[in-house]
Write a protein that binds this ligand. Structure first.
Ligand SMILES: Cc1cc2nc3c(=O)[nH]c(=O)nc-3n(C[C@H](O)[C@H](O)[C@H](O)COP(=O)(O)O)c2cc1C
Length: 205
C-alpha cells in the first residue's frame, strides 16, 4: 500500500513539507509506504490543450508530469499539498495537476485523495476546495480530518508551532490510512463499482 504526496511549495523544507512529514510519520506507523514528490520548485508549464494525450496517454511535454504518472497509477492514495498564494494553490502545482489528471488514462476510481493547504493567515479553505476538485471529478473518495486540512505558518519552519494544524494532519493521515485499507478489503470482496460508457454532451444541441 502506497501514498504519493505532492509538495506544491518551492521550499523543500518549508511549512508545506512540515505538514507532509507529520502525515508521513502516521503512514509509516500504519505500514503504508510513502513517496514525497517535490513539485513546487520545478519548471512546469501549463496545459496547452493540444489533446495529444487523448491518443498517447501521456503529455507532449516530457517532464515531471510524465515521470510521476506511474507513481500515481500504482498508488492507493494521493496527497496534494500547497502553500496558499493569493487565496489559491501555487500555480506550479495547478499546472502539474491539470496535466497529470488530464493526460493519464488509467482508472483513478477509489484511490483516496487528500488536499492540504498551508498559509500565513487566509485563503486556506478556498485552496482546499480547489485541490479537492481534482479528486472529485475522478471517482476518488476524499479523506477528511477534524478540521479543513490546513496548517498555519509564514516563514519556513513556523508551522511547527501550529499544534492544532499538525494534529489535523495526523488525524487526516489516520483517517486516510483507514479508508485505503478499507477500500482494499472492499475491492477484494466486491470489486470496483460497475463502469458506464461515458457520456459527454458539452452543452451543445
Ligand atoms: C506569492 C505569495 C502569495 C501568498 N499569498 C498568501 C495568501 O493569500 N494568504 C496567506 O495567508 N499567505 C500567503 N502567502 C504566504 C504563504 O502561504 C506562507 O508563507 C506559507 O507558509 C508558505 O509555505 P512553504 O513554507 O511551504 O513555502 C503567500 C506567499 C507568497 C510567496
Amino acid at each position: 500500500m502506497k501514498v504519493l504526496m505532492l509538495n506544491g511549495s518551492p521550499h523543500a523544507n518549508g511549512n508545506t513539507a512540515l505538514a507532509l512529514v507529520e502525515m508521513e510519520k502516521i503512514f509509516r506507523a500504519e505500514g503504508i509506504e510513502t513517496q514525497i514528490l517535490q513539485v513546487g520548485n520545478q519548471d512546469i508549464r501549463g496545459c496547452m490543450a493540444c489533446y495529444a494525450c487523448l491518443q498517447t496517454g501521456k503529455c507532449v511535454f516530457d517532464d515531471l508530469v510524465n515521470e510521476a504518472a506511474s507513481a500515481f497509477a500504482s498508488c492507493d492514495g494521493l496527497v496534494a499539498a500547497s502553500p496558499v498564494y493569493y487565496a489559491s494553490a501555487n500555480a506550479t502545482l495547478i499546472a502539474f495537476l491539470d496535466r497529470l489528471f488530464y493526460s493519464t488514462r488509467f482508472d483513478k476510481t477509489m484511490k483516496v485523495g487528500a488536499a492540504v493547504a498551508v498559509a500565513r493567515r487566509g485563503g486556506l479553505s478556498a485552496t482546499f476546495d480547489e485541490l479537492n476538485k481534482y479528486f472529485t471529478i475522478s471517482g476518488m473518495p476524499v479523506a477528511s480530518s477534524q478540521y479543513w486540512n490546513s496548517v498555519h505558518g509564514m516563514n519556513p519552519g513556523e508551522a511547527a508551532g501550529d499544534a492544532e494544524g499538525l494534529q489535523t494532519m495526523r488525524v487526516l493521515a489516520r483517517n486516510m490510512s483507514f479508508l485505503m485499507k478499507s477500500i482494499a478489503l472492499g475491492k477484494e470482496a466486491y470489486g470496483l463499482p460497475e463502469k458506464e460508457q461515458k457520456t459527454g454532451t458539452n452543452f451543445i444541441r
